[in-house]
Design a protein around this ligand. Sequence first.
Ligand code: MGD
Ligand code: MGD
Ligand code: MO
Length: 760
Amino acid sequence: MAKKHVQGVEDYKGAAAGWGALKAVADAVRGQLAVVNETHGLLTMNQPHGFDCPGCAWPDPKHTSSFEFCENGAKAVSWEATAKRTTPEFFAAHTVSELWEWHDHDLENEGRLTHPMAYDQASDKYLPISWEDAMARIGAGLRALPDPNMAEFYTSGRCSNEAAFMYQLFVREYGTNNFPDCSNMCHEATSVGLPESIGVGKGTVTLEDFDYADAVFCIGHNPGTNHPRMLTTLRECAKRGAAIVSINPLRERGLERFTSPQHPAEMLTLSSTQISSTYYQVKVGGDIAVLKGMMKTVVALDAASLAQGGPGVLDRAFIAEHTDGIEALLADLDATSWEAIEKSSGLPRADIENLGNIYAGAKSVIINYGMGITQHRHGTGNVQQIANLLMLRGNIGRPGAGISPLRGHSNVQGDRTVGITEVPNAALLAGIERTFNFKPPSAHGHDAVASVKAIRDGRSKALICLGGNLAVAMSDPEATYPAMRSLDLVVHIATKLNRSHLLIAKESIILPCLGRTEIDVQATGPQLVTVEDSMSMVHASRGGLKPASEHLKSETAIVADMAIATLPNTKVKWLDYVADYSKIRDAIESVFPAFQDYNARIKKPGGFRLRNAASEREWLTPSKKAQFLVFSGLYEDGPAETALTLTTLRSHDQYNTTIYGMNDRYRGITGRRDVVFVNEQDLARRGLSHGDLIDIVLDRPDSAPRALRRVTAVAYNIPQGSVAAYYPEANVLVSLDQHDLKSGTPAYKSIPIRIEASAA
Ligand SMILES: Nc1nc2c(c(=O)[nH]1)N[C@H]1C(S)=C(S)[C@@H](COP(=O)(O)OP(=O)(O)OC[C@H]3O[C@@H](n4cnc5c(=O)[nH]c(N)nc54)[C@H](O)[C@@H]3O)O[C@H]1N2
Ligand SMILES: Nc1nc2c(c(=O)[nH]1)N[C@H]1C(S)=C(S)[C@@H](COP(=O)(O)OP(=O)(O)OC[C@H]3O[C@@H](n4cnc5c(=O)[nH]c(N)nc54)[C@H](O)[C@@H]3O)O[C@H]1N2
Ligand SMILES: [Mo]
């Protein structure tokens, strides 16, 4: 039977990228950029002397000789380098109550913020304010708090190492470790899980390792949309004959087929490269089961090989010399039945054994993963099972092998490296004291969820946001929005207007900053900044465009001004650092010796790699060995047989809470986001069908009723029991208490739900 036609819903038949992507870029650029900027902006992206793309944290190839084309990078750049402006006249024309009714896309689409603004209650409008006044109010507000731990300092992962370092220094001298950051909602399960397993909280591979891998696994990430430059790497792996295996509830087009814009032959002949050689659609939340099943298969293959007098399949030398805990892992695998694995993963045993065979048959394996792994109630457990699987065959710390978490924001990893953390270690604290002569606080601070709870409960009264859109990114708007409105002071350092800025506190201030594409001139001349990608490469980024407004300041300068305004007896020579960012890098090097010769090493195109002990098989765990860590049981998100689990996704036309447009090309959605992807049989079983208006209702007896109402059901190729909807709309269904038990990462991808027809 032909599917009923639903407005804006079609099957997408093409490969990823190709001409469709070129057209999308042309549209994006035409919509935003000043014509003069067009070529300059895009051509200097990810070049040795240009700026780092604010899109994603996938590394740049060593010798970037020509413009590396990426549709979503181009969208990110044109969104920042837009010719549109959100001026004081704009704010004069619209009350905050009126703007609150606008769509998130329309708020940001007004363009770049141009002036510092402060909220005026009498008119319900943001009015211009001088930088001096803004800083005086911020300083007074922060000094007025009885305890520095009553302020929260959020960081979104776009800011440079230099700005992030200055920020954490200011906040620690002020006296708190309350550093909620976007990483807490993203790869915290990695930052918490991997140190326990392998002693470092970062990926162990480099881009070169992909040249030597025999099998590359992609679990729970969507590179065609979120890390498009990765497709070039995967394409090369596929061409070379490496196995590429995807484990994902959805058949994401970028993981299936890719037409490379870098390769004219493919473009002109309308051909494409098949990416994944094997693709299994796991149930949402079924990854621990798949990983345990794969490990069971490897162990069984090992026994069979030994029985036939073969060498075995486990890397016994690696396990003996480098690891602890194999016995407990083997016992757990033994105790886990195939029946339970099949039920929890939604995959037949034969498929999982096939995955195990591919894994065991490959000499060197890389496993990539993203939010499909981390944003679960057991995200840390997920991450640690991936590490276990790799360790069984010594796939960590040698060429062509390793673990590869795909980080989110372009500098989220660097921000962490230079001190944005709510749990400072002794080395960081000692480094600050040694370098700056004050004693930073050592008590653990708040992560993102804890900060919102503290605000909700009135324990925190001020919030400073270095970028981002915390209230919309965070779970539970029903709790988060009123919490934000109860604050005494909110400051947003931002490039564009977003909904978080409209959650008005007693005092609300917006400070407009330079973006990465823009020239940053300080007292000693134009400055460069540095960033760290997903693979620990640190390199320089220099903006080339004229700033969007003459009133903008750099994030680094804004942080310094806040510090000066807040800390009358500061020990730090803030203005010297702002005048010359190379001095900030010297200070970073003094606090973190891993940045040895920082200023010299970033002169080299491509920069340098921060040492990663695990990739050299040095294990910074208490026992000095890598740890096999048991996750007991099989994690099933859904409480009952008939229950559904909702995962939340990014569309192809968004950057987190930034909605560029209403299309999701590869999933066949045009002009709308109010859809939910459901298996056809799950619909039928409930008397529903493709195109019906439905409500998604949280199915947790211990939680207040929550629902996302009147969304259109799309019958979609997704396993039974699994449902998908867009982030951030679906955040109404996630309570602040639904998060990974170990890392606090909100469980945005394991939401127990029911679906029902909407009331007429
Ligand atoms: N253009 C663009 N680029 C971006 C971003 C963006 O929004 N737009 N965001 C940036 C940021 S901050 C981040 S963190 C990254 C995010 O990059 P991704 O990790 O790719 O992000 P998601 O869209 O959340 O996609 C998660 C993928 O996991 C799958 N998935 C969902 N649930 C499960 C599950 O239970 N198991 C498995 N195995 N898979 C599952 C989904 O089908 C989807 O393919 O991208 C970064 N880059
Ligand atoms: N349901 C659900 N929720 C999620 C997720 C999910 O998958 N599902 N993903 C989570 C993840 S992985 C993340 S990382 C968070 C994202 O959370 P955030 O990082 O807080 O959100 P963004 O949408 O990236 O922030 C966008 C805003 O950043 C500002 N901005 C842009 N560029 C710059 C700049 O250069 N400097 C400054 N100062 N500001 C700038 C603009 O004002 C823009 O409006 O959301 C999380 N929330
Ligand atoms: Mo992220």
